[in-house]
Each structure stands twice: as structure tokens, then as C-alpha cells.
Design a protein around this ligand. Sequence first.
Ligand code: NAI
Length: 344
Amino acid sequence: MVKAVVLGASGGIGQPLSLLLKASPLVDELSLYDVVNTPGVTADLSHISSIAVRAPEIIQGPVAKRQQKITGYLPAEDGLKKALTGADVVLIPAGIPRKPGMTRDDLFKINAGIVRDLVKGIAEYSPKAFILVISNPVNSTVPIAAEVMKQAGVFDPKRLFGVTTLDVVRAETFVQDITGEKDPSKTVIPVIGGHSGETIVPLFSLAKPAVKIPAEKLAPLIKRVQFGGDEVVEAKGGAGSATLSMAYAGFRFAEKVIKAVKGEKGIVEPTFVYLPGVTGGDEIAKETGVDYFSVPVELGPSGAEKATNILPNVDDEEKKLLEACKTGLKGSIEKGVEFVHNPP
Ligand code: NAI
């Protein structure tokens, strides 16, 4: 039985993400939490006739169908506690999004405190849940989440993920304009590093199957993946940042975590993790000089089971991108750690 929880469920990402989770047969119970509008969103989603299914390919035996349960809470009357109790997977898209001209770092002032307080709730009410952090700046909010869990004595690095899947999705989609590949999701492109601007490092040289990108098109393609979020922020003209594509990406990652936990083998996805706590991560931390980094991670029943070090395979141009990435990441990670230990 899987209970998924969305913190920030009434927002631009939260609502479509909750819809996808409600429609997923992998989710038995969905609980929504926000500071506003959760009763409405919950009532709306509760009319959907979707069911939870135990897929026979995951669990041997006849297909068992179950009715899904959905609940929604506001902060009053222990809402956060009620939402989180019994949670297996918690997704956090709570916080403000960017407006034109803003960087993800500009969101730190408000979102850092929101993520800290929500993760304090997770530490207390569902310390064993898998935590999927979407709120920006991910490069800082994941270290914040880790420090909060450490302070509470319940940190399990295998269970904490920064969701960088949208960068992978964008790389798959944008490369299609060049290759003409009919099914972009069939091309696996590792995107590593962090989740903002130059810290996002797409590795087209390691695409599988290999892709042919004319030299003059490569630099603009990389830039588009790194700054693709700005296209959406500008097109929305002040009404927010990516929400629908992010909900798709967040759901895609959550689905993989749930499938891996249920026993499906061979699932590997890039995600922003605390390297020293994941098998294989130490070596990557040594090479990058940072403790948090997005790399392809093998997912399994205990969460992030193995970090894959693909750094030795990157080409010379990608090595240069990685240098800029490391410099940018370092400051953002330190800022997150500092925020928890010396709150402003
Ligand atoms: P939004 O403003 O539409 O929704 C945020 C929701 O969070 C609102 O419903 C708000 O009431 C709620 N909220 C605020 N404080 C809360 C608290 N203390 N507890 C619970 N809920 C709270 O924003 P949107 O567009 O959904 O974006 C959410 C976050 O996701 C932003 O930080 C944005 O930058 C980030 N994001 C991350 C991406 C990624 O790739 N990881 C991609 C796109 C956005």
C-alpha cells in the first residue's frame, strides 16, 4: 500500500501533480496539504473514479484492485500531522515560483523557511518517507531538508531526492528538434550537476542511443536545457514558472521511486542526492568537491541505492561545463546548510 503526500498541493504544480498521482494505479492513498484551498482541490479530485492496482509484473499473483483514498488538509487542527502520518512518499512543491528577471536563488528568502518547516513535520510524523523536493532553489532546499532531518536524528540520505527530472525531460524534448527522433523518451540523456542555470549539465556525448548533433547546434542546445525554465517564466509574463511540465516530471520521478520500492529492478534516474550517504557517492563527492550533486542513481527498495560515476566519461567541452557547475553549486549548498544552523 502506498500513501503519497503533496505539500503545496493547491499550487500551479501541486494541482496537476496531485491529478497525476490520483490517476495513478500505483497510489493507494493520496493526501494533500497546503495553506490554502486544499478542501476544494481534494473534493474535486475525489470525484475521479480511478483505482489502485497491484500490477502483476511487480507483485506476483492475481491483479488486485482497490479503491483509492484521498484526503486534504489545511494547517489548522493538526493538518500537517494528519497529512503526513503513514506517508511513504512526500512530494514538496510548496513555495513561491519565479517571475521574469528572477533567478531561482532569488526565491531562497521565502522558500528556505517553507521547506525547513515542512521537513520538520516530515521528521516528526513520517521520518521514513521518501522525500522528493521540488521547491526551488533545489540546490539549497535539498541541503536544508538534509540538515533538518540530521538535527532530528532521522536523516536517511537514500530517502532524500532533489527532483531534477524536468531538466532531463527538457533535454529529451529539445534534442528531438535536431535528431527528429519520433519518441524522445527513448533517448536517455544524463543531465547532472544541480538545478539552476549553469549548474545544469546535460551530457549529450553520453546519450543512449548516441545522438548526432551538428557542432554549431550543440552550444545553443545546452544553453536551452540550462535556461529552458526562463522560456516558460517569460511566456507566462509574471504568472509563474513551469507548472504542467514540472508536474509531469515530478510524477515521472515519483512513479519510478514507487516502482523501485515495490521491487522493479533496473530503474536509474538522475536526481540531486547527498553523495556521502549513497553507495558510490563518495568517489563523486571527491571528484566534484561538493556533497550534493545530481547523477544517475539506481533506485531500489531502500531508495537511492547506487550513484553512478559517469564523470570519467564526459568529453572536454562537458568538463568545462562541469567546472562552472561546481563553482555555482558550492555556494548554494553552503547557503542551505548555513540557513539551518544559523537562521537569519
Ligand atoms: P505556486 O505559487 O503556484 O504554488 C505554491 C503553493 O505552495 C501554493 O498553493 C501555496 O499556497 C503553497 N504554500 C506556500 N507556503 C506553504 C506552506 N508553508 N505549506 C504548504 N504549502 C504552502 O508555485 P508553483 O508554480 O507550484 O511552484 C512551486 C515551487 O516549485 C517553486 O518554488 C518553483 O520555483 C518550484 N519549481 C521547481 C521546479 C523543479 O524542476 N524542481 C520546476 C518548476 C518550479
